[in-house]
Ligand binder design. Sequence first.
Ligand code: ATP
Length: 576
Amino acid sequence: MTHALPVATPRQTWSWLAGQLAARRLEVALTVAAGLGAAGASVVPVTALGMLVDLVRDGAHSAALVPIGVLVAVIALLGGAAAGATTTMVSRLGERILASLREETVGVALRLPAHTLDRAGRGDLLARVGADVAAVGTAAAEVMPTVISALFLAVLSVTAMFGLDWRLGLAGLAAMPLYLLALRWYLPRSAPIYAAERAAVGARSQLLMESMQGVRTVHAYRLESRHLDAIEGASARARDLSVGVFALFTRFVGRINRAELLGLATILVAGFWYVRAGFGVTVGETAAAAVLFHRLFNPVSMILFTFDEIQAAGAGLARLVGVGTLAVAPTGTRIPAAADLTLRDVTFGYDERVPVLRGISLRVAPGERVALVGSTGAGKTTVASIAAGILRPRTGTATVGGVPVDQIEPGVVAIVSQETHVFAGPLIEDLRLAGPEASTESAEAALERVGALDWARCLPLGLATVVGEGGHPLTAAQAQQLALARLVLLDPAIAILDEATAEAGSAGARELEESALAATKGRTTLLVAHRLTQAAGADRIIVLEHGIVLEEGTHDVLVAAGGRYATLWSAWQSRC
Ligand SMILES: Nc1ncnc2c1ncn2[C@@H]1O[C@H](COP(=O)(O)OP(=O)(O)OP(=O)(O)O)[C@@H](O)[C@H]1O
């Protein structure tokens, strides 16, 4: 069952946008002023054209035409400057708002419980910060400047038509119902199609990502064709929706053309009639009104034709704002007085139906080293994640020194999980993620403590070598040691190690066990141990099965007891 990330309602999206614009009041006011100036400058020459027509008809001297020509030239220059300024200001405003939205979205995503993100699918989130941001970005940089300039021009042109003569203005407005009817026909049909198109693109990204991440499994089980079929199906759905959008759009264009024809014809026929009947309307005014209306074709078409891009951007914006509506727990600020880790009556399930932890209670005393063992799926990683505050217990509590783990300030509890990620960049910067102020000496000391300094120094540029994606490749064991060195730099009182040695294979495993031991020395440590030699070296062992604590004690006591641990230990020894 998927639990998609939320999509903001139109009301939430508008209020978010209004908040952003309100926060940039001055910039918005200057942009509006520039836009109105540009629109005004392009309306003046048309009204001047009407005056010229009337002057020529009245047989005026050519000298009378010169000031009008000069005025038009000056206004055109000013208008050009204002139009350029409007485009720059609108796109800059849009880009700034988009940048803050992207930061907000990524910020929320990074602080979401891993469980929420897993359930929703990381592909959906990536599609939001990727494809949706691109759609909104294109709209902000390319479409919005044109649309906003077109809106100003449309408003001022209609005002100017009424200024020439109110009857000509009314004639021009005759086309308005047809425009509105076209929009009323188009919008309700296109909005769901756009939302479906974006969702289909998100689903395709999700499938692609899953196939890429699980590429080894896909190869191993020869699932290539099944995955390709699924991706093809998702792509076909996205393509069909795009074709559907375009077909709808072409029908919409036909309706707009009919509205333009009706509007222009009404002005010309009405103007002709007013002039002939002597209603005080001049030929020049009629000509100016017709040109003003004709000049509206482009801006109005621009507004209407870019509606699809605006709608796509709107759907993308709603998906981005939607992420921001997720509740994110505030970062903890409390500092526990003692370094003991306690789980009391903890229950947990990844979904409502299947319980994973069924009443776990355990305590790791300050400075104690406790190993969690149990068969696959027993719940060890889940216990580690709850102890680290990554997952929240459904019932029961996880505390350090009596303080719930999610209320503790960052850096007190740290986990080295199965997913040790090497971030792209110089190795020393990767280490400094744990301590931004760390000196080269302390970074080297951390590497030395976990036995990684020798190989780190032998890299092509030493600690300055770029590692991670696209950089110098590190082995799984080196990546684990790097994660352990980060732990040393962070220096948490409580360390949780989840299979920190599992990636190394038997050759490197013993070395990694020593690295882990060195990194956690003196800390309260909860260790998920798949290699039972690690468990044997711990102060105490807790055996988990089916989400409950089955046995608890030192290695010797548990072996002597002849229970589950003793069975695991003898199986472990027989394979060595
Ligand atoms: N993100 C998840 N979503 C749904 N179920 C999950 C998730 N992670 C783990 N589970 C399930 O919860 C149960 C406990 O998993 P957990 O990873 O805690 O066990 P484990 O003892 O650490 O196993 P392993 O030794 O294989 O890592 C398993 O049945 C597993 O399939």
